[in-house]
Design a protein. Structure first.
Length: 151
């Protein structure tokens, strides 16, 4: 069955938001000013930590909204877990881990929550690790998908 135009549009929006979130997430570590990426025309904002963080938070909110919409749509269409391929399952699990770890990492910014250094670093590195997992699984899914088409 061919996906609808709106479904394809949402998939492209999700992919674009995921790429922006990955780009801004790595930009939260002051890499772009140090390695002259912020000097590329149009990327000056990436060297500004506050602007980069705001874009990352807005993109994360968009990703969480799209994930919730996808979950509701899957429930309404009565998809079963077995309907998804192994790479799709792994990608969905890793995206959920990134979103949950991102929400937890965002909660630590509230004044009434004061996590210790160990919990703070654990959340940060877990979020970074799951983001890298999403990137690797996404690339693997693309490569596996291309191999299936080539046969």
């Amino acid at each position: 069955m061919k996906p609808s135009r709106s479904s394809r549009g949402l998939n492209w929006l999700f992919a674009a938001a995921l790429l922006v979130a990955l780009f801004t997430g790595f930009g939260n570590m002051p890499l772009y000013g140090r390695y002259y990426i912020a000097d590329i025309p149009g990327f000056q904002w990436s060297g500004n930590f506050i602007a980069n963080l705001k874009v990352h938070l807005v993109t994360g909110a968009l990703l969480a909204t799209l994930a919730a919409y996808s979950l509701v749509g899957s429930v309404r269409r009565k998809y079963k877990w077995s309907d998804f391929s192994a790479s799709q399952k792994l990608l969905r699990i890793s995206v959920v881990l990134v979103l949950v770890s991102g929400l937890l990492a965002g909660l630590k910014n509230f004044a009434f929550l004061t996590p210790g250094l160990a919990l703070n670093m654990t959340l940060t590195f877990f979020h970074l690790g799951t983001a890298v997992l999403v990137a690797v699984v996404g690339i693997m899914t693309l490569v596996i998908g291309k191999k299936k088409v080539a046969r």
